[in-house]
Design a protein around this ligand. Structure first.
Ligand code: EPU
Length: 420
C-alpha cells in the first residue's frame, strides 16, 4: 500500500494548474446514462473515484472510453441492476439512481454505506424519487426503485443539515425525463449542481434556477448526446492555496474559478493570507503575520466542509485561539487525533474544534482517514519540521489528481513509497 514521505519545512513556490472537479464529474458521468447518444466529457481528472464510476457505467452496459482527460460514454442499452459490490464501495455512485429511473423507470442499486465522516443517510434522495411516483423497497442491501410513470411534483429537499448536493443531483436527473413540471425547494446551490444542470440542459433538458434554492424542471421525452468541459475543482484550488500559506510560500494557481471560492478566499484573507488576482490566475502567499479566525462550515455559498480539515492546519500554525464549527458532517474531525501527532493542539467540543494555534509542528507517521483529512495531513507534513509519513493515501488518490507530482513541482520534498 502506498504512503507519502514528506520532508517538511520547504515553502511552496511556483505555478500549479487545477484539474476538473471530482464532485462535478461523478454526477455528470452518471447523467450520461440518460441518453443513448454519445457524451464526451472533457477536463476529467485522473482519479480513482472517476475510474470507479467508469467501471460502474460499464457494469450497467455502457461503453466507456478514456483518452487522456476526455471520457466518452455511450449508453446505447442498459441493464437496470448495478453491480452490488462496485456501487457499495463509493458513496458518489448513489447518483446513478436518478438517471436509471429517468431512462428506464427501474433501478436496482446497492445501498451506499456510511463512512468515517458521518452516517450519510440517503432518505432525501429516496423521498424525492417517491415524490416523483416511484415505489421503493429496500431488500437484501438493494434499493429497488420502480415507477410506472414518473410525474413532476413539488419536492422539498431540505434536511437537518440543509440541502443535499447529490440528492439534488439525483432528483434533477430523474425529473428531466418525468412528465410535467418538478420544483425542487431547498435545492443545493453548489457549483457542481449548476455544472450538472448545464450538462443536462445541453442534452435537451429544461431546467431553470440551478444555483438557487428553487430549481424548476420541465420534463422532456428524450435527451441527446453532448460535449462538455467540467468546471475546475474549487476544493483542490483551496487546498493548494492553504498549502502555500501553511508553508510560508508563494504560488500562482491557474485554471481555478475564484467566483466559486468566495467563502474560502475571504477566510484566508481574514487569516492574513495575501491573495491577488492576476488575469485568470490567483497568486497566494502568506502575509507578514497570520491571524486567528473562526470558521463554520455551511452549504454553498458558505465555507465548504471539504476544506475544513485543510484550514485547521493553517489555524494550528497561527498563534492564538481559533474555532471551527462543523455543520454538515457530524464526525468530520478524524484528522484531529492525527494532527495531534504532529504537535497540533486541537480539542473537540460538540460540533466545534478549538484550535490553540502557534505550536511548532514536527514530523511523525500518520494515517489518512478520508480524502480531505489526508490533504490536511499532507499540508501539515509540509509545514512541519522533519519527516512525516502519511499512510493509506488511497484516500488521497480518490480525489486529488497527481497531488504528489503537483506538490513536488512546487518544490515540496514529497515521495510516494510502497509501504508493506
Ligand atoms: N443528508 C441527509 N439525508 C440525505 C442526504 C444527505 O440527511 O438523504 C445530510 C448528510 O448527512 C449531511 C448533509 O445532508 O449532513 C449534506 O450531505 P450531502 O447530501 O450534501 O452530501 P453528498 O451529496 O453525499 C457531496 C460531496 C461531498 C461533500 C458534500 C457536502 C460528492 C460526490 N460528494 O456529498 O464531498 O462533502 O456534498 O458538500 O459530490 C469530498 O469530496 O470529500 C466529499 C465528501
Amino acid at each position: 500500500m502506498d504512503s507519502l514521505l514528506i520532508k517538511g519545512g520547504v515553502p511552496l513556490h511556483g505555478e500549479v494548474t487545477i484539474s476538473g472537479a471530482k464532485n462535478a464529474v461523478l454526477p455528470i458521468m452518471a447523467a450520461t446514462l440518460l441518453t443513448s447518444g454519445k457524451c464526451v466529457i472533457r477536463r476529467v481528472p485522473d482519479l480513482s473515484d472517476v475510474r470507479f464510476m467508469a467501471q460502474i457505467l460499464k457494469s450497467l452496459g455502457a461503453e466507456v472510453k478514456v483518452d487522456g482527460d476526455t471520457v466518452t460514454v455511450r449508453a446505447a442499452k442498459l441493464n437496470p441492476i448495478g453491480d452490488y459490490d462496485l456501487i457499495r464501495k463509493m458513496r458518489g455512485s448513489i447518483c446513478i439512481l436518478g438517471p436509471l429511473l429517468g431512462r428506464q423507470r427501474h433501478a436496482k442499486v446497492s445501498l451506499p454505506g456510511g463512512c468515517v465522516i458521518g452516517t450519510r443517510p440517503i432518505d432525501l434522495h429516496l423521498k424525492g424519487m417517491r415524490d416523483l411516483g416511484t415505489k421503493i423497497t429496500i431488500e437484501s442491501g438493494y434499493i429497488d426503485a420502480k415507477a410506472k410513470r414518473l410525474i413532476g411534483a413539488d419536492i422539498f429537499l431540505g434536511g437537518r443539515a440543509g440541502p443535499t448536493v447529490l440528492g439534488t443531483a439525483n432528483v434533477m436527473m430523474a425529473a428531466v425525463l418525468a412528465e410535467g413540471v418538478t420544483t425542487i425547494e431547498s435545492a443545493a446551490c453548489e457549483p457542481e449542481v449548476v455544472d450538472l444542470a448545464f450538462f443536462l440542459s445541453k442534452m435537451g433538458a429544461k431546467i431553470v434556477g440551478a444555483g438557487s434554492p428553487t430549481i424548476t424542471i420541465t420534463g422532456v421525452k428524450d435527451l441527446a448526446g453532448v460535449e462538455h468541459e467540467v468546471i475546475p475543482d474549487r476544493i483542490e484550488a483551496a487546498t493548494f492555496a492553504i498549502a502555500a500559506a501553511a508553508t510560508n510560500g508563494e504560488i500562482t494557481i491557474h485554471g481555478a474559478r475564484p467566483d466559486h471560492m468566495h467563502a474560502v478566499l475571504d477566510k484566508l484573507k481574514d487569516a492574513g493570507v495575501k491573495i491577488e488576482r492576476k488575469g485568470l490566475a490567483l497568486i497566494v502567499k502568506r502575509g507578514s503575520r497570520l491571524k486567528p479566525i473562526d470558521v463554520t462550515t455551511l452549504p454553498y455559498s458558505g465555507f465548504p466542509t471539504d476544506v475544513q480539515a485543510q484550514m485547521m492546519v493553517l489555524m494550528a500554525l497561527t498563534p492564538g485561539l481559533g474555532i471551527i464549527t462543523e455543520r454538515i458532517f457530524e464526525s468530520r474531525f478524524m484528522h484531529v487525533s492525527e494532527l495531534a501527532r504532529l504537535g497540533a493542539d486541537v480539542s473537540i467540543e460538540g460540533p466545534s474544534a478549538i484550535v490553540k494555534g502557534g505550536h511548532p509542528l514536527s514530523g511523525a507517521p500518520v494515517m489518512a482517514s478520508d480524502l480531505r483529512a489526508s490533504a490536511a495531513l499532507v499540508i501539515a507534513g509540509m509545514a512541519a519540521k522533519g519527516t512525516t509519513q502519511v499512510s493509506r493515501i488511497y484516500h488521497l488518490d480518490r480525489g486529488y489528481e497527481k497531488i504528489d507530482q503537483k506538490l513536488a513541482s512546487l518544490g515540496a520534498r514529497i515521495q510516494r513509497v510502497d509501504q508493506e
